[in-house]
Design a protein around this ligand. Structure first.
Ligand SMILES: NC(=O)c1ccc[n+]([C@@H]2O[C@H](COP(=O)([O-])OP(=O)(O)OC[C@H]3O[C@@H](n4cnc5c(N)ncnc54)[C@H](OP(=O)(O)O)[C@@H]3O)[C@@H](O)[C@H]2O)c1
Length: 273
C-alpha cells in the first residue's frame, strides 16, 4: 500500500476539527493523521461517516492513521487504547498505527522495555489485520535500534518534524536505509517560515509560503501532513501546479537551522534518553 501524497493533520483544530476534516476529505485529501493525544479522533470519525454516507466515498478510499496515547504502556493497556481509537474513529481497522514519542514522562528509566512491550501489542494488532502498517514518530537512531533488535514486524513509516528550517537529514537517511517511508509533520513550520529569501521565492512561484514548503517536502520524497482550519488553505495546500527548480531546492535546503520549532518536553526527553 502506498501512502497518498499530501496528508491532512488534525492537531490543534479544536472546535473547527470536524468541518476542517470534512473539507479535506471532500477536496482530495486521502490521508488523515490523528492521535489519541490530539482529541480529534471523534471528529475524524464523524467527518468520515458523513463523507461515506451518500455512497460516493468508501472507508477504503482513505488512509486513516492514529497514535497510541503517550504514557500508555503494557500490552493490554495498549490494546485497550487502540480499541478506544477504533470506537472514536467509527472504523474496524486503522491504516497506520504509531508510537507517538520514544520517551514519555515517568518512563525515563524504563522506556526501552516499555517500547518493546508496546511493540508486541502493535505486532498483535498487525497480525490480526486491525492495523495495516506499523510506524513510529520522533525516534532517534538508538530508539529505532531498540525496536529493530526486538521485533518480528518492522516499523515501515517514520513521522518526523521536517520542514526547510529543521530537516533532520541524518535521521531521515538512516530511516530510509531501513526501508521506512517518511512523513513530515509541521511541514510548513507552523506558518513561521518567513525569511526574505523564502518569501521572495514564494512570490516568484506565485504561491504562498505554506504551498512552497509542501512542494519542497513532496520533491524530497516525503509525505507532508499539513494542518489548517482555513478553508482556502485546506483546498490550496494540495493544489501545487508548479515545480521547484533544482537551484531553488538547494537554496531552500540552505535554510536549515537544525533546530526544532516546537519547544516541548517530549523533545527534551527524546534528546536526553
Ligand atoms: N507525530 C508528532 O509528534 C506530531 C507533532 C506535531 C504535529 N504532527 C502532525 O502534523 C500535522 C501538521 O503539523 P502542525 O499542525 O504542527 O504544523 P503545520 O501544518 O506546519 O502548520 C499549521 C499552521 O500553518 C498555517 N497554515 C496552513 N496553511 C498555510 C498556508 N498555505 N500558508 C501559511 N500558513 C498556513 C495554519 O493556519 P490556518 O489554520 O489559518 O491555515 C496553522 O497555523 C499536525 O496537525 C499533526 O497531524 C505530528
Amino acid at each position: 500500500m502506498l501512502i497518498s501524497k499530501v496528508g491532512f493533520g488534525t492537531a490543534d483544530l479544536a472546535e473547527d476539527a470536524e468541518e476542517a476534516i470534512y473539507t479535506a476529505l471532500t477536496h482530495g485529501y486521502k490521508l488523515i493523521d490523528t492521535a489519541r493525544a490530539y482529541g480529534s479522533e471523534m471528529a475524524v470519525g464523524k467527518a468520515l461517516k458523513k463523507v461515506c454516507s451518500d455512497g460516493s466515498h468508501k472507508r477504503e478510499d482513505y488512509i486513516i492513521q492514529t497514535k497510541v496515547t503517550p504514557g500508555v504502556v503494557g500490552y493490554q493497556a495498549v490494546l485497550d487504547d487502540f480499541e478506544q481509537s477504533l470506537s472514536n474513529l467509527g472504523t474496524d481497522y486503522v491504516d497506520v498505527y504509531f508510537i507517538h514519542w520514544p520517551v514519555n514522562r515517568g518512563s525515563e528509566k524504563s522506556y526501552h522495555a516499555e517500547n518493546v512491550e508496546i511493540w508486541r501489542a502493535f505486532e498483535y494488532l498487525y497480525e490480526s489485520g486491525k492495523v495495516k502498517r506499523l510506524g513510529v514518530c520522533n525516534f532517534l537512531e538508538r530508539h529505532l535500534i531498540d525496536i529493530l533488535s526486538n521485533c518480528k514486524v518492522k516499523p515501515t513509516v517514520h513521522q518526523l518534524e521536517i520542514h526547510p528550517g529543521y530537516q533532520q537529514i541524518g535521521l531521515v537517511e538512516f530511516s530510509q536505509k531501513l526501508g521506512m517511508d517518511i512523513e513530515a509533520w509541521s511541514p510548513m513550520g507552523r506558518g513561521e517560515l518567513k525569511s526574505k529569501t523564502y518569501m521572495d521565492m514564494a512570490d516568484r512561484y506565485g504561491c504562498n509560503i505554506g504551498q512552497l514548503a509542501i512542494r519542497w517536502s513532496l520533491q524530497k520524497g516525503y509525505t507532508p501532513l499539513s494542518r489548517s482550519k482555513t478553508k482556502e488553505h485546506i483546498i490550496n495546500n494540495r493544489i501545487l501546479n508548479f515545480n521547484i527548480s533544482e537551484e531553488d531546492m538547494s537554496k531552500i535546503d540552505e535554510l536549515n537551522t537544525n533546530t526544532n520549532y516546537l519547544d516541548i518536553w517530549s523533545y527534551k526527553r527524546q534528546q536526553m534518553y
